[in-house]
Design a protein around this ligand. Structure first.
Ligand code: SF4
Length: 344
């Protein structure tokens, strides 16, 4: 019999498990709080539970742990990047960022990714496997323990396409939001997707007011398809329709990520079309100057050019910001650190 991942269970699942093994349901809450509020993982140290119950639990379940493989601290800002080693020795990457408004964790949802975006290092070896809910939660808990800081914002923007690991990601969100655990507000959670349309509709109906961040990168299907294979499956007009549905269902402003690539998606025609498709939309464009990786030899636009692109969007009444680069001295874009370790 496969053992259950105990620290990836929701409060209700833990309560049901306790009832199943002939215990009172409040025992489930004790276990849930131990993992998710107190950041503890050693079930043998949960002395509020009788010894024989701890043994019973250990016989049918396991606690999924990860350890810090390496940490890189930025010298230019308060950012640390982590490589974590999983039970099966796979390595994943997470980022801890300190801002004035609170601490943010950027976490991975998969090992690798099968979406194939050209500018992304995470996808170069395809998808290795999905992360479990506990593996996502542990990235946050470990960074809190290691830094001694509280994390109040979570972005699912590390390696992996969150909507390609839908059930585990949803479970993770519900657990991290649970008031008996970390109680992170849903509004402080951002999920980034390359645009898997059926899953955007599914997510719209979950009644979760999280922020959806959609990687657009070009307003033209043909250009977008050159850098994002997902665009061959779903066109931009269908994508925008799904995003508008998400906006109406959740009442949340969407973000469109736009990696600015010199001479690829930074022309006047791009500006005009981008403004046209986003007109009247409660959204904003987050411009990200390309972080070149060696497998994608396109240029990062100069700073003035990025600024100009933003100003031109603002002139057209499209809210736009330029993403502040965090931890620029400790290896760049998502997946690069992990890849530098796993690939010699
Ligand atoms: S950008 Fe995101 S969706 Fe695209 S390959 Fe990278 S991790 Fe996957």
């Amino acid at each position: 019999m496969n053992k259950i991942e105990l620290n990836g269970m929701s409060l209700n699942e833990l309560k049901a498990l306790m009832i199943d093994i002939g215990e009172k349901s409040y025992r489930g809450q004790q276990v849930f709080t131990y993992f998710n509020r107190n950041n503890n993982l050693d079930i043998d140290s949960l002395i509020q539970l009788p010894k024989d119950l701890r043994k019973k639990i250990s016989d049918l379940s396991f606690v999924n742990e990860l350890k810090i493989y390496k940490r890189f601290d930025s010298r230019v800002d308060r950012t640390s990047k982590y490589l974590f080693q999983l039970r099966d020795d796979n390595i994943i990457e997470s980022v801890f960022m300190q801002y004035k408004h609170g601490n943010t964790a950027c976490i991975s949802t998969q090992i690798g990714c099968r979406m194939g975006c050209k500018f992304c290092a995470s996808t170069k070896e395809g998808l290795i496997r999905n992360l479990t809910p506990a593996e996502m939660l542990n990235q946050i808990y470990m960074m809190e323990k290691d830094t001694g800081e509280v994390i109040s914002n979570v972005v699912l923007m590390g390696s992996g396409e969150p909507l390609d690991n839908y059930d585990n990601v949803l479970k993770f969100i519900n657990i991290i939001h649970d008031e008996n655990g970390h109680n992170i507000s849903l509004r402080n959670i951002t999920l980034s997707t390359c645009g898997i349309i059926p899953k955007i509709y599914e997510l719209s109906k979950e009644n979760l007011p999280i922020t959806l961040s959609v990687s657009l990168h070009s307003p033209f299907d043909s250009e977008r398809a050159k850098i994002m294979p997902i665009a061959k499956k779903y066109n931009i007009s269908e994508l925008i329709k799904a995003c508008r549905f998400y906006e109406r269902s959740t009442n949340r402003r969407l973000t469109f990520e736009y990696t600015l690539i010199e001479n690829i998606n930074d022309t006047k025609a791009d500006l005009e079309e981008l403004s046209r498709i986003l007109k009247g939309f409660n959204s904003h464009v987050n411009i990200i100057p390309l972080n070149p990786i060696k497998e994608y030899d396109k240029e990062r636009p100069i700073r003035d050019h990025v600024k100009k692109f933003q100003i031109e969007l603002l002139k057209r009444n499209i809210p736009a910001t330029i993403r502040r680069e965090m931890g620029s001295d400790i290896s760049a874009s998502c997946g690069q650190l992990r890849r530098s370790i796993t690939k010699v």
